[in-house]
Design a protein around this ligand. Structure first.
Ligand code: GTR
Length: 333
């Protein structure tokens, strides 16, 4: 084959472009112009949900603070996949940032499961003291062994049951009811302890699951019940507030390890700075969601929590591995 006189310069130019795009040359220490990087961020909540908005806010901070060099492209609404899939993609480095709930993280980072334990936190104040204290920080740090960098926590409030056809006032009302849970063994045990039938499934399958009767109910915070439109099918919401499982902002360790220490710092700071924004949006959105649910005719009750708290105690006996962590969490005043 005869080489056209443009082929060699073309190959060289291509090489140079790759170098500029990746900011590094394979193996050598050649200094290259700092290049722009575009980092993908995944969220399974809609574009205007507080977590997705907080990711966009983090992207804005990074854009400003890096003079446009670091760009974050946020994909809300599970465009990049359901939690179980995106967690794997983040480990593999195909997704740079991921905002997931701590519950499904138990499959890759067992210690994170402690947050799924029922009635673990006394209230929001206690939750945030724990998340921002040594326990919370330690658990984020622990994600590194799963090829993930734990950057921050976001608020997810408290989860409660919502059902079709029947209102839950006491645990006995749940007997035999099929309740969707996130893919997490702890949630399976929680539902069993209440006499109901746990049905682990992806968030994206719950609406049709409720519609077709594969499940009789599910559990989540008011903003999720509102934005998922599950209330269209499940009109009874019982605020038993059985668990407060935070949202976690993760980064792929593979992507992180390829960054300069200065960029790592920029990202860690922007992630941290997005927390206050998320919490502000969250508080307003919880109120808004409750108003919307009431306006849509959802029947909302606040049952006595004591019988629920009593019924779930066997879950604690099943997880002796969390005993020490739970002790530390309870000791936070
Ligand atoms: C929501 C959370 C979602 C997803 C969902 C679920 O509270 O924000 O990321 O985890 O719960 O129940 O699957």
């Amino acid at each position: 084959m005869r080489m056209n006189k443009w082929v060699i310069p073309g190959i060289l130019a291509g090489f140079l472009l790759t170098l500029l795009a990746t900011g590094r040359s394979s193996g050598s220490d050649v200094a290259v112009a700092p290049s722009q990087m575009v980092l993908k961020a995944a969220d399974d909540q809609p574009e205007d949900y507080p977590t997705t908005m907080a990711l966009k806010y983090m992207g804005k901070l990074l854009d400003e603070r890096s003079n446009g060099r670091i760009q974050v492209q946020v994909y809300g609404g599970a465009q990049l996949g359901q939690a179980q899939e995106t967690i794997k993609m983040t480990q593999a480095g195909t997704i740079a940032f991921n905002r997931v709930n701590a519950a499904p993280l138990v499959s890759v980072s067992p210690a994170m499961g402690v947050f799924s334990m029922p009635y673990l936190f006394r209230d929001e104040g206690h939750l945030w003291k724990v998340l921002e204290g040594s326990v919370g920080k330690g658990l984020l740090k622990g994600m590194e062994s799963s090829n993930l960098v734990g950057l921050a926590y976001y608020d997810s409030g408290a989860r409660s049951f919502y059902t079709k056809g029947k209102l839950i006032k006491i645990p006995a009302d749940m007997k035999g009811m099929k309740i969707r849970v996130q893919p997490s063994k702890i949630f399976v045990d929680l539902i069993n302890s209440l006499g109901a039938v746990p049905m682990p499934m992806s968030y994206g399958d719950v609406y049709s699951g409720l519609q077709t009767g594969i499940v009789d109910g599910a559990e989540n915070n008011p903003p999720s019940l509102w934005t998922s439109k599950h209330y269209e099918v499940a009109k009874y919401y019982s605020l038993d507030e059985h668990s407060m499982v935070p949202e976690v902002l993760l980064m792929s360790k593979k992507v992180w390890d390829g960054l300069s220490p200065a960029d790592q710092k920029l990202i860690a700071r922007a992630a941290q700075d997005s927390v206050a924004e998320q919490r502000k949006l969250w508080n307003a959105f919880v109120q808004e969601s409750m108003n919307e649910l009431v306006a849509k005719g959802v029947v909302i009750v606040k049952p006595d929590k004591a019988p629920f708290q009593k019924a779930v105690q066997p879950v604690y006996a099943k997880y002796p591995e969390y005993k020490e962590l739970i002790g530390q969490i309870q000791a936070v005043k």
